[in-house]
Design a protein. Structure first.
Length: 138
């Protein structure tokens, strides 16, 4: 047994994963709150399938907005998270979307817009940036 206050690598990884999950949930809630202020209604959050996850899906009559949320504490080489939405990530997101739509065919007639929400985490106070991914999606 280790000394009090000393954590194993596995314990540190567990704590780090939990911290990252909490930060991700906070970033998603911040993005969702901004969308709801604009009249969007939540359809689903954190929906998973074998290909990936839909962070946030909201709707207005006849329209769906699929949001990939990236939270970052500071602007690094990936530009607040935009670099993390590479071609492979986009492909997984598109596969997850198709899987969700197959399970929810009542939404097939709606137009779809896809965006990335780049959410600065505390202590950064910059506004959320929204980047469209709709072109080339679907």
């Amino acid at each position: 047994m280790g000394s009090p206050g000393v954590y194993s690598k596995a314990q540190r990884r567990t704590v780090q994963r939990r911290s990252m999950a909490l930060q991700g949930a906070w970033a998603e809630q911040r993005a969702l709150g901004l969308l709801q202020q604009q009249g969007w209604q939540l359809v689903v959050r954190n929906w998973r399938c074998r290909w990936g996850e839909i962070d946030v899906l909201v709707e207005k009559p006849g329209r769906l907005l699929l949001v990939e949320v990236k939270g970052r504490r500071r602007c690094g080489p990936d530009g607040w998270g935009v670099g993390a939405v590479h071609r492979r990530k986009r492909n997984r997101l598109e596969q997850a979307w198709r899987c969700w739509l197959a399970d929810h065919p009542q939404w097939q007639g709606c137009s779809l817009q896809v965006v990335v929400a780049l959410v600065p985490l505390a202590p950064a106070l910059q506004p959320v940036r929204w980047i469209s991914l709709t072109a080339g999606f679907g």
